[in-house]
Design a protein around this ligand. Structure first.
Ligand code: FES
Length: 374
């Protein structure tokens, strides 16, 4: 609801301090703010027993997003502001509505609140969108097939990309794309009916669902027994090759828990054309991996840190402050140049040793002494 328009709005915007301006608009239940992105919940519906979708109408400050990107959602719970990152699960609608799908994390603070407490009409604060897990440009569409690998609620950025491809297929050529989803049981697959409907009508888009704990009740691939390892269990190259024989020519996008993404990164290492990964948890690092020296060249400081921590955590523990945001390697807020040394991307296991390369300290740990341009 926009309460004021035109010159009067501009005068009030200019004269009132932001805190006063926002306070009164909040009291009035308005969506507008001086600068902040707010969004009203206009619809909510379940995707699985543990996941709901919130349909959001953002105010005019929101600059939009590309499918595959993330937004931070901030809520106030018992007087405390808490922020979590979610990836819109479908492309923006023609009316400018965005959808986030939230899986309830047992013992979590924000996801149970969003799943159970937030109702139609409530307001949430959003960040601008960020993240670089995006489709290749149309110019590059013909070069390689795409392989999307999703673990559990890691489906959300990949479903947005898949739905976007389905939209583009109405008017353009799209790359052949296979989306594979792993989840514990049949009831944990979000968007399954929609995705299968798309796969039945668009030959270039394929989907497969694999349960990790319980055999599929209704396997997509006819001829496979429920207990067939191609149809259930931890991700394997055989499962992938069965759905996509030319997987080695693919650009791979993987998203899920750290263990899932790390496992797929090591399975496909050096065998696929490109591997883009995001994890919504970080792997546990061993505290017994010794120490390394980190030199911050602009600050003229050297600190000794544990190799069993991320560079961001260990520098913070040493009293150094670094700008950070998502702490999961997505927003690039912490990105900096590694002048020399060797570090490791803890999500993909990739060694980072090219002088001058940009690394993300929140998902990197030192393998040897490192100099950062900080
Ligand atoms: S990439 Fe977001 S804080 Fe490091």
């Amino acid at each position: 609801m926009r309460l004021l328009n035109g010159p009067l709005q501009t005068v009030i915007d200019t004269l009132l301090p932001e805190s006063v301006f926002d306070f009164w608009l909040e009291e009035l239940g308005a969506l507008h703010r001086k600068r902040r992105v707010m969004a009203r919940v206009v619809e909510r519906f379940p995707e699985t027993p543990e996941m709901i979708t919130l349909v959001l109408q953002p105010n005019g400050h929101f600059q939009g997003f590309q499918p595959g990107q993330h937004v931070d959602v901030t809520v106030e719970i018992e007087g405390r502001k808490l922020t979590r990152s979610y990836s819109p699960s479908r492309p923006v609608s023609d009316e400018g509505l965005i959808q986030i799908s939230v899986k309830r994390v047992r013992g979590g603070a924000v996801s149970p609140f969003l799943c159970s407490q937030v109702q139609v009409g409530d307001l949430l604060e959003l960040s601008q969108a960020y993240g670089d897990m995006q489709l290749p440009t149309p110019h590059d569409f013909q070069k390689r097939p795409l392989l999307f690998l999703a673990g559990g609620s890691g489906i959300t950025p990949l479903s947005a990309l898949f739905f976007e491809l389905a939209k583009r297929a109405q008017r353009d050529t799209i790359p052949t794309t296979t989306l594979m989803v792993w989840a514990p049981t049949d009831t944990d697959f979000a968007f399954r009916d929609e995705l299968e409907t798309i796969a039945r009508s668009i030959p270039d888009l394929r989907v497969a669902f694999i349960t990790t704990r319980q055999a599929l009740a209704t396997p997509l691939d006819s001829g496979l027994e429920h207990s067939d390892p191609l149809n259930s269990g931890r991700a394997t190259l055989e499962q992938i090759a069965h759905r996509m024989p030319n997987w080695e020519q693919a650009s791979v996008y993987a998203c899920g828990p750290a263990e899932f993404v790390g496992h797929l990164a090591s399975l496909t290492k050096g065998k696929v054309q490109a591997f883009t990964a995001e994890a919504f948890t970080l792997p546990t690092l061993s505290a017994d991996d010794g120490h390394a020296s980190i030199t911050l060249d602009k600050r003229g400081k050297t600190v000794t840190v544990s190799r069993g921590e991320t560079l961001l955590d260990s520098l913070e523990h040493s009293g150094e402050t670094l700008e950070s945001g998502c702490r999961r390697g997505i927003c690039l807020t912490c990105a900096c140049q590694q002048v020399s040394g060797v570090s490791e991307n803890i999500i993909t296991g990739e060694r980072q040793q090219d002088a001058g390369m940009t690394i993300r300290p929140c998902i990197s740990r030192p393998l040897a002494d490192v100099t950062l341009h900080i």
